[in-house]
Design a protein around this ligand. Structure first.
Ligand code: G3I
Length: 377
């Protein structure tokens, strides 16, 4: 049995992860990741980062990179056509710089979390050129403001949605597509490249990780899109894989995922795991067992992701169950055992969970990779 599979199964058998794995897993995650040429980081927000000292101490110890979970989106940054509000994102970028951390930017163009005025203008009788500028002026303004300070941008978020019925599986039921069609993606990437040539530019997507028919449909559509973008000379550097995983509901097959990663990196693209968390809904009533199961799922997933040398970033979508979007997003359908999702490396009391050990061990087990140069994945 492959060593990593043995270790993951040890976790599933309920053995304390510490028995199975060495003390090195106590080292900061950013350190274990950096030793293999990978950046580990987390999403964050100003409320917790500047209001919860215990949480901030974990972020400072574990993370080499930050991404704004919600304060870098257009509804927050441009509440009115003639008004920008960068205060929160500036504060997070400044915090990262003070702590020697890199930044991911999320996200320049998304069908969701746009300010109401933008939807009104996109649906108005403005000339098409003016509507195009609504997209490109924003991308230029935001990417230009943080020029040299954002290592990776999610230029376009969630462009694929086969349920929308478009033959090639694109997400079409939104105002941006209605006005600009697929070329909105080209415009966003070209504008971002011109605004900040130093940033690596990503297309970010969810629901492409599991061995389910739905995820297979999304992977197929995404690979076709990436191929078209490359053929059109769109300046895209990598694929962001959100990795919001549901281990009890969606089967994960390491070979299926490894094959998909190779199909992406064979196009010369790099991989960032951008929003990793593991929903424990549907497991046993014993939170400890769910924690062990989620840790094993994290190890099985990261072993595949990190086996590919083009994977250079691993971000969790939060670092503690105290602040997980899963809890607030599904508040109407409460989580078992006190109502928080147990999806992240630290629990709601800021104690490390088996998942933290599993992530640490995945970095320890990962092959090292050379530094990234644009053009060589
Ligand atoms: O902080 C304010 C609070 O002061 C206010 O009282 C409250 C009610 O309006 O809103 C709070 O802000 C909310 C914020 O999350 C923090 O909880 C925003 O309304 C809410 O829209 C925001 O939701 C975020 C969502 O994206 C939309 O931006 C989630 O935190 C965030 O986890 C989620 O992240 C997305 C990624 O961008 C894309 N991939 C999927 C992922 C999960 O949906």
């Amino acid at each position: 049995m492959d060593r990593r599979l043995f270790l993951a199964s040890t976790l599933c058998a309920g053995l304390s992860p510490d028995i199975a794995w060495g003390a090195q897993t106590d080292s900061p995650l950013k350190q274990l990741a950096a030793a293999k040429g990978v950046r580990y980081g987390t999403s964050t927000g100003t409320h917790a980062l500047f209001g919860d000292a215990g949480y901030a101490a974990i972020v400072a110890r574990e993370a080499a990179m930050l991404v704004s979970e919600y304060q870098g989106k257009r509804a927050q940054l441009q509440p009115a056509p003639d008004r920008y509000d960068f205060a929160a994102l500036d504060a997070i970028v400044a915090y990262a710089q003070r702590h020697g951390m890199a930044m991911r930017g999320h996200t320049l163009c998304w069908y969701a979390t746009n300010p109401p005025w933008l939807d009104v203008q996109m649906k108005s009788d403005l000339p098409i050129a003016a509507k195009r500028k609504l997209l490109t002026d924003y991308v230029a303004k935001v990417a230009g403001r943080y020029r040299g300070r954002i290592a990776e941008w999610d230029v376009v978020n969630e462009a694929i949605e086969p349920a929308d019925g478009w033959p090639l599986g694109m997400r079409t039921r939104n105002n941006i597509w209605a006005v600009l069609s697929e070329r909105y993606i080209d415009m966003a990437f070209h504008t971002a490249r011109a605004a900040d040539p130093s940033a690596a530019l990503f297309l970010n997507e969810f629901g492409i990780e599991a061995a389910t028919s739905w995820n297979e449909r999304k992977r197929h559509a995404l690979l076709l899109l990436l191929s078209r973008l490359k053929q059109r000379g769109v300046p895209i550097d990598g694929l962001g894989i959100q990795a919001h995983l549901r281990p009890y509901k969606d089967k994960f097959d390491q070979e299926v995922f490894a094959t998909f990663l190779r199909q992406v990196t064979d196009m010369g693209l790099r991989i960032s795991i951008t929003e990793m968390d593991f929903s424990d809904r549907g497991g046993s009533n014993d939170p400890r067992q769910r924690d062990i199961d989620m840790a094993a799922a994290a190890k099985a997933f990261l072993d595949v992701a990190l086996d590919n040398p083009a994977t250079r970033t691993v971000m969790t979508w939060g670092v503690t169950d105290r602040y997980s979007w899963l809890t607030s997003r599904f508040a109407s359908d409460p989580w078992p055992n006190g109502g928080v999702a147990r999806a992240l490396p630290y629990d709601a009391n800021l104690r490390p969970k088996p998942m933290r050990t599993a992530i640490a061990q995945a970095f320890l087990d990962a092959p090292a990779r050379p530094r990234w140069r644009r053009g060589a994945a």
